[in-house]
Design a protein around this ligand. Sequence first.
Ligand code: SF4
Length: 111
Amino acid sequence: MICILCPIGCHLSIDIENDYKVTGNSCPKGEGYGKEELIAPKRVVTSIVRAYGGIHNMVPVKTDKSIPKELIFECMELLKNIKVQSPQKIGTIIFENILNTGANIVLTRDI
Ligand code: SF4
């Protein structure tokens, strides 16, 4: 697989019969990424939610850390029901610990 943590894009090989030994990485981050991607892949979720009380009807949001890939659609369903009152600052947490992942949903712009 290709490491997506930086633009270098190292080509990783992971030996699943040898405790997920990672080779091909140019830095230690690639080792962690390669193992996690095979054992329990995670992603940062980006989306938009409704806003009211200001000039914007929608506001972009994201998780402040990656969540298990299998929870992404459930996370998106929850976001459909969230409405944010303006004004708010970028980085404001609008939903804590989504799906008990430890990740918060934060605004990615001022409204
Ligand atoms: S292994 Fe390190 S240097 Fe290579 S793409 Fe991943 S983060 Fe970048």
